[in-house]
Design a binder for this molecule. Sequence first.
Ligand code: GLA
Length: 588
Amino acid sequence: MLWYGGDYNPEQWPEDVWTEDMALMRAARVNLVTVGVFSWARLEPSEGVYAFDWLDKVMDLLDDNGIQVNLATPTASPPPWFSLAYPDALPVTPDGVRLTHGSRDTYCVSAPAYRNKARNIAIKLRERYGEHPALAMWHVHNEYGTSCFCDHVAAAFRAWLEVRYGTLDALNEAWATSFWSQHYSDWAQIMPPRATQYLPNPGQRLDFRRFRSDELMSAYIEQRDILRDTGLPITTNFVFGGWVPVDHWRWAREVDLVAIDDYPSQAGRAAAEQSAFAADLARSWAGGKPWVLMEQAAGVIYTGGRMLSKEPGEIERHSLQHVARGSSGVMFFQWRASRGGAEQWHSGMVPHAGADSRIFREVAELGRTLEELPELGRVSADVAILWDYEAWWGLDQPGLPAEGLDYLEAVRQAHRVLWRQGVLTDFAHPSADISGYRVVIVPSLFVISDAAAENLRNYQGTLVVGYLSGVCDAHARVRLGGYPGALRDVLGIRVEEFRPLAEPVTLSNGAEADLWSEVVELHGAEAVVRYPDGSPAITRFENAWYVSTRLGDDAYAAVLAAAGIEGTGEPGVEQVRRDPMTFTIRHP
Ligand code: GLA
């Protein structure tokens, strides 16, 4: 059985609405709702004073109606009393501004007061509802992704660095602090990467991002361990973009099932491609464990300053994309669109118009469709795209040799061209076991550890490596002797110079390339495509291909086809096999 439902926030509504909610949920075949995500102020209205009556009623009501509960800990939004009592737990921006209560996610994860109160409310929820018959799953927090640069964070960052490096000498070496007089003679001198005069230190920035991911994860683990003895699955919701800037490969090991939120920022087929990307990532993060689409929108999404609506049929198409790719269910944010509050214009499964609406009819229809699906099995792919947060973070900084280098876009391009051709892809961490894949694509893997380089060296299948891969070590320091330092031998080439392009150029195969080019020497490889000056642009060394410039989608697809990956997909028709059926989804 697939889960079907969404975030349910009944505290926003009078109780007579709850009765209607139950009838509508049953009509829509809803079987799981996420409750309490932002309920802290209603559960603990003042410090140490608890009000569980309303949640008792909600839990019982859902149970009476045969609907299971994914109970959240509300720690993503501390109440106003908390911020007033513990002002040192309010987050500070890189330029030193301390934020004020008034939105959500306004806390510092390293502040002891925040951690204490977060543990406390998790304990209270566990005590009160841990044995409730409706409880099916725990949803810790919401989208862990806040950042802070305060003194608590500085202390935690130093402690993390001491564990990582052991000695200041090792840290100074890793961060190349001899440049610009940054040598540290005491741990206390090290700061988070706060606003500074000019270019910051790349090693410090990269380590701060690793630290932030680990620090947030330790807050998650504290709560998870409080809830552990209930024996129920425990998760928290991931998001793939910059919104939740944590290393989901590491986090995925700590959850019982991977949960993702998927809010495409584009419309039409581009949105469908984004949803496929998110679903393929979730399946890959889960690595064989279950995963679920925890949130999506039933209608209007507020994204990047504009509103995107869902066209008729799109709710079902996007949902089935996730199910086809392995999701254990389909969930939304949120059940009922709010009448007020910051997200009053974000859609709901029950829109402002009420149940007599296209959106609710589509939601109810989807409930029936999901209920009728057979028991579904696993999904498997024989092509993998390497995806790595550290490479992304390494490439996301000022002072690079070209403006406009975009790791996420390089990864998305690889996924997009294969999605269009109907080729199902996994994502893989650079150090993961990739021996089972026929082809591995490596887009702009700028930072690469020694272990990952070794992994690629040992790989026997077809490798397609993109520009700016293998250039830096795990500390974002250049690997010397010619680019792409870690992969020269695998690719049979040596790059003497980067040559960013001011204008696009036409390559020997007629394809246009832009932004980036390299001076490639052949050391065993052959030139398959050349730059206008005759030097190699795309090379091949046995089964290892190198693309030293940025191509458009069609030209990139042609390289992948030459390397042996070409699908038979029709444009706009997505077909995915998940035993025992093949899902066919038509995107207009
Ligand atoms: C996120 C959050 C939800 C809600 C939605 C819609 O995914 O988890 O609480 O804010 O976005 O914006």
